[in-house]
Design a protein around this ligand. Structure first.
Ligand SMILES: [Zn+2]
Length: 262
């Protein structure tokens, strides 16, 4: 057993005993971890608000090499999610973000870039005066997450035959295949979404932006949610994520306000 020190985002807190909780954290250094927080349910506890959902904290824990739970020994709050009590849309978006992190990452599989992207997205989601809107912050993070976890859809060529996509009014997007499908490869395929050329253009912009600016911290030009095809792309991204996970994320249905006009 060794002591590990790292930053982490609180994804889940479950009561374990009268005095303890089990916390799921997405840490910068070690990826997702589950640890027992002894005494966390006591009124006076050593964690002082650091274990609230969507909080970012500095933790010290005993990392066990076996299957058993890690033991959280310290957690110091670095950033509290302030909108939790003031803005429901922002709170739901924050909860959705941590749900995605929990569902799409594996234990002990570190992704430092994803950790940094999540911290930036949390800050944007939690700041009403952020330079980018809530919708933009969320969809940008979702695309970034897909990219960093190797799930970015293929959009420039057919996922079936590899031929470059021709310009058309509408294209087929295969959820099973993870990208656009040409008319020749379309027959017999299931879970196909029809996407307008404007929708595809917006999706291409969003994914291009990711691959070119992986480490860029700010992007004042990002305003995808003003694009006429935004509602269509918003729905496609939600369906694609649902398909990857295999069932709808619990918080997805609370994001209705983010979809915009249909
Ligand atoms: Zn094809």
């Amino acid at each position: 057993m060794e002591h590990e020190k790292t930053d982490a985002i609180v994804l889940r807190v479950v009561e374990f005993s009268e005095t303890s909780c089990i916390v799921t954290l997405f840490s910068r250094k070690l990826g997702k971890i589950s640890a027992i927080a002894k005494g966390a349910r006591r009124k006076k506890n050593p964690y002082e608000g650091a274990l609230d959902l969507i909080a970012i904290c500095r933790i010290v824990f005993l990392h066990k090499s076996s299957q058993s739970l890690d033991i959280l020994t310290e957690a110091k709050l670095e950033r509290r999610f302030r909108s939790a009590s003031t803005d429901l849309d922002r709170f739901y978006a924050g909860l959705y973000l941590i749900e995605l992190l929990n569902l799409l990452t594996d234990e002990a599989d570190p992704h430092e870039l994803l950790f940094d992207a999540a911290c930036l997205a949390i800050e944007r989601i939690d700041s009403p005066d952020s330079e980018i809107s809530l919708r933009d912050a969320l969809i940008e993070f979702e695309i970034q997450m897909l990219d960093l976890l190797g799930h970015l859809p293929m959009l420039t060529q057919c996922v079936g035959c590899g031929r470059m996509r021709k310009t058309m009014n509408r294209v087929h997007f295969g959820l099973n295949e993870g990208g656009v499908i040409c008319p020749d490869c379309r027959p017999g395929k299931q879970n196909i979404i029809s996407l307008s050329s404007e929708g595809l253009e917006l999706l291409l912009n969003l994914t291009d932006h990711q691959t070119k600016h992986r480490t860029k911290k700010t992007d004042p030009s990002a305003n995808s949610s003003n694009h006429p095809a935004y509602p269509e792309v918003r729905r496609l991204v939600s369906k694609y994520i649902l398909h990857l996970i295999g069932y709808p994320p619990r918080l997805q249905k609370y994001l209705g306000n983010l979809e915009g006009n249909r």
